[in-house]
Design a protein. Structure first.
Length: 364
């Protein structure tokens, strides 16, 4: 099939996915979020047990899961996502006891966090046990473990009777999916099952904390704000931006839409003034401009304006979809208003800055 030059990148990719889907048929299972249908969960769990791939919802983002103890199955995750082999995966469990199978040592402080924050958006790094295949941890001697709170995720893991290794269910480098439609965009024809349980409540990935070092180190800000962790753990370090981060995934280009992104940071009034100026500048150069704003009455004269809410929590829920949806509209440049780095705002800003490739303008 010839891909017409009139199709934009988004639509060309859609055609490619339809073609892929004729090779591997992806089953889409609609499963209720609050009261998951057991027969459907069983059907998906059976695929995991047979070494297949299932995209499933969690409270943070959608994950792309395989049996964490089956190296061949996990290899398929890397293939489906185009994920670099040196970027390890998170093992998802439904029973805290499984930590003691996957980890060699579980320090007291880690147990405290498990008690306080699991199930929930916290991933804990521990020394790995022998049963975890090297491919899951990308050869590291540590393993990332999380117990999600989403009922469908928990039911799937329980029914599969094995921990499920899962990164986010997007193609490598793209924004993480927060509903099934976004998973379908990237994964149709690449995986066996996509579970559709609607939108994710949190919208950004889990917080990753390394409990193998003292003081404990936050490797990735995420759904669980640092302020909450600090109530239980004194003296937490934060890894700074570096070429060789301890969390390998942090070094890659990530969350990026097709358009260039500029983040404008600083006091609210100044941010909006600067963003308006940038919109004018780019429009005068005949660029199609998109804006991500937290003000309903924004007054931007851009081609597309996406309002993502005015609280940190709401922005977290909407930011990935907003970034992704600009691909449908052939926008050349996206101007994004920065938000305050309090609570989950820290994770949002971490993702936005990465989506922008650290293309940041500060107006303090
Ligand atoms: P994702 O949820 O797709 O963003 O991927 C999981 C994240 O957890 C990536 O940023 C990984 O680098 C990180 N991660 C997984 N296992 C480890 C580990 N053993 N040590 C440090 N970071 C890890
Ligand atoms: Mg990811």
């Amino acid at each position: 099939m010839a891909l017409s030059s009139e199709l934009n990148t988004y639509h060309k990719e859609r055609v490619i996915r339809q073609i892929l889907n004729s090779f591997i048929m992806t089953i889409i299972l609609k499963i209720r979020k609050d009261n998951p249908e057991k027969v459907l969960v069983k059907q998906a769990a059976e695929i995991i047990r047979k070494g297949g791939l299932v995209a499933f919802p969690t409270e943070t983002v959608y994950g792309l899961g395989a049996d964490a103890l089956n190296a061949k199955a996990v290899e398929k995750i890397f293939e489906a996502k185009g994920r670099p082999a040196d970027n390890p995966l998170i093992a998802h469990i439904a029973d805290k006891k499984d930590v003691y199978r996957l980890a060699k040592e579980v320090p007291k402080d880690a147990e405290l966090l498990m008690k306080e924050f699991w199930p929930g958006p916290l991933t804990i790094i521990l020394k790995k046990s022998k049963i975890v295949p090297d491919i899951v941890t990308a050869g590291l001697d540590t393993v990332a473990i999380r117990m999600p709170s989403h009922k469908v995720a928990l039911a799937l893991i329980k029914e599969a009777k094995t921990p499920i290794a899962a990164p986010s269910a997007n193609l490598s480098g793209k924004p993480s999916p927060t509903d099934a439609e976004q998973v379908i965009e990237d994964m149709l024809g690449r995986v066996d099952v996509i579970i559709d349980s609607g939108s994710c409540d949190i919208g950004v990935e889990s917080t990753v904390i390394d409990m193998t070092v003292k003081p404990a180190l936050i490797l990735r800000p995420g759904g669980l704000p640092k302020e909450k962790l600090e109530k239980f753990l004194k003296n937490i370090g934060k890894e700074e931006h570096s070429e060789k981060p301890k969390s390998p995934g942090m070094k890659y280009k990530h969350y990026a839409p097709n358009a260039e992104v500029i983040v404008v940071e600083g006091s609210r009034e100044k941010v909006m003034k600067k963003a308006r100026k940038l919109v004018e500048e780019y429009k005068s150069k005949s660029k199609k401009v998109g804006v991500i704003t937290t003000a309903k009455e924004h007054g931007y004269d851009a081609d597309v304006v996406k309002y993502v809410g005015n609280t940190e929590k709401e922005v977290a829920r909407k930011i990935f979809k907003a970034l992704r949806d600009f691909n449908k509209e052939d926008i050349h440049i996206i101007i994004a208003e920065g938000i305050e780095e309090k609570g989950i705002g820290e994770a949002v800003m971490n993702r936005l800055r990465k989506a922008a490739g650290y293309n940041i303008i500060e107006v303090r």
